[in-house]
Design a protein around this ligand. Sequence first.
Ligand code: OAD
Length: 248
Amino acid sequence: MATDLHRAQALISGARRIVVLTGAGMSAESGIPTFRQAQAALWADFDPLQLASPEGFQADPPRVWSWYAWRREKVVGAQPHAGYFALAAAAARIEEMVLITQNVDGLHGRAGSRNVIELHGNILRTTCFANCGVRIDDPAALPPGIPPRCPRCDSYLRPDVVWFGEMLDPALLARAERAAADGEVMLVVGTSGLVYPAAGLPALAARSGAAIITVNPEATEIDSIARICLRATAAQALPELLGGRTAA
Ligand code: OAD
């Protein structure tokens, strides 16, 4: 691992354009369960299609709204770990660093990362289920109700996250794909690489000549196209990997 770590540090130190893709494993050490790890899975007690889909919401709006309210409480109580701060600090030293996340917990922003591409939305933001254009960024500003009603059109409000069967924001996806195609190094942290189109970004980066570095205690599909696989957790590896970078 030490050799891999030094090789990874050298790749990062020598790169002008770095793109980072994070998944739920990035937040595991901040106390937020991942999606597919059996022992702590977020879905353990729920059927995702019942809860994280437009059909599930329409079938039982109070149930889906309450599940997201529970998840939002967990997120608000979570603190970014050292790996988050290492990423935020590294951005100031790297000529161009684009941070793409599949996570909806907003922890990258809370750790100081700017212009994060939140491909799957943000659980702290709320929008109108009828897409009338209303968007409420601050959970404290939500009207009462489970779920609350849209102040403009009286439809239900819903979490501003991508649900199963929904398309990603095309502009966000295009920005992420451009960053993946332009990156000299892609750092992939804490994702099983199973959910597309986000899971296609490492292959796009590799096809464009980027060196892929993965940070994950487990093996994933992405390892087959990775230059270096760091078998470590995000909170352990990122401060060593990024903190070790000599000042630009
Ligand atoms: P998963 O739960 O599928 O994968 C989490 C990955 O993180 C696994 O490969 C774990 O081995 C790894 N992991 C666990 N703890 C870690 C740690 N401390 N440090 C680093 N890695 C760790 O989560 P995602 O890949 O993010 O989609 O799932 C992708 C998407 O599937 C989610 O964004 C969500 C879900 O359906 C939407 O919400 C649209």
